[in-house]
Design a protein around this ligand. Structure first.
Ligand code: ATP
Ligand code: MG
Length: 299
């Protein structure tokens, strides 16, 4: 089972056409034809969008994404046009809203991995490969890879997991030249971000980028290098051989799987509401991630 415990009703704003409700974000088109992305405070865990929000999460992730766009700007241009609120938007959208250039999106989730875990680990255990790339023997959950690798996935239909594909498959789908540009940009951006995070005591295990084209210009779109699109691990707790603590969602995961929640992860029931102490601790983690990564204070 998965999905929304309670599907939200999108807010209607005059002049904006609502396009899509994502797990976390609401997507609109404005009258100029630009995209308006609004990051909510929703949080997902174990494939469920939980019934409890984490105050400020959408704002923290939006500001973090903006900061990263800036850090990557000399490697690849980004899609953000403005952070100004559209006329008539609720005040609560302040800080969580990005007006973005509408791009022709590449139909590929551009994942870079520097460490082995998740779907990469599952494939490695079967075949010693990830997305068809051969890896050395002896790697375990959380191992650092010899170097960052491009492990693309194709976007799955709603409710399904993205499917890892080989580089050759991407090249068949988008053409060899575009595939090469996607891989190059993905690895360059990952490497830059990994090094920045490492200096700040955070391991960027892997991350997903989405790119689009503005004419022939490759542009990085969507959100970048947030805890929702990346795995961040506290470097001082890194210990290969088992699942690493998740920087942001560990309290949520631990509580949901504890006896206190009364929830059966394997069962049919949706997860329950989070207690206040889990909400508070999780909010503090998102703020801490922002502050540690950017070196800025969260106000
Ligand atoms: N600049 C852009 N131009 C066109 N499409 C974009 C741009 N930036 C992001 N997108 C697309 O907008 C959508 C954002 O939706 P969102 O991430 O909220 O939901 P989702 O990807 O469908 O679901 P999930 O909640 O699992 O992420 C994605 O389909 C993304 O590819
Ligand atoms: Mg998405």
């Amino acid at each position: 089972m998965s999905g929304f415990v309670e599907k939200p009703e999108p807010i209607q704003v005059p002049g904006l056409v609502h396009l899509h409700t994502g797990k976390v974000r609401e997507l609109y088109r404005n009258e100029a034809g630009d995209l308006v992305m609004v990051a909510s405070d929703r949080i997902s865990a174990y494939d469920w969008v939980l019934p409890t929000e984490i105050p400020d999460k959408g704002r923290v992730l939006t500001q973090l994404s903006l900061w990263w766009f800036d850090q990557l700007a000399d490697l690849v241009p980004h899609h953000v046009l403005s952070t100004e609120l559209p006329a008539g938007a609720p005040a609560d959208w302040e800080g969580r809203t990005l007006v973005c250039k509408s791009l022709r999106m590449a139909p590929v989730e551009c994942v870079a991995r520097g460490y082995l875990t998740g779907s990469g680990l599952a494939e490695y255990r079967e075949s010693r490969t990830v997305c068809g790339l051969a890896l050395p023997e002896g790697l375990v959950d959380g191992s650092e890879l010899p170097g960052p690798i491009f492990t693309p996935a194709t976007k799955a239909a709603v409710g399904e997991h993205d499917e890892n594909v080989s580089y050759e498959e991407v090249a068949r789908q988008v053409g060899a030249e575009t595939a090469a540009r996607l891989r190059q940009a993905t690895l360059a951006a990952y490497t830059r971000a990994r090094d920045i995070a490492r200096e700040r005591g955070i391991i960027l295990a892997d991350t997903k980028f989405e790119f689009g084209f503005d004419g022939d210009t490759l542009v990085v779109a969507d959100e970048v290098l947030t805890p929702d699109s990346s795995r961040f691990w506290p470097a001082d707790q890194w210990e290969p051989g088992h699942a690493q603590p998740s920087y942001d969602k560990q309290y949520v995961r631990d509580w949901l799987t504890s006896a206190e929640s009364g929830w059966d992860r394997a069962g049919e029931q949706p997860p329950p509401a989070l207690p206040q102490h889990v909400v508070d601790a999780t909010r503090a983690k998102y703020v801490e991630a922002y502050e540690r990564l950017t070196g800025l204070g969260w106000s």
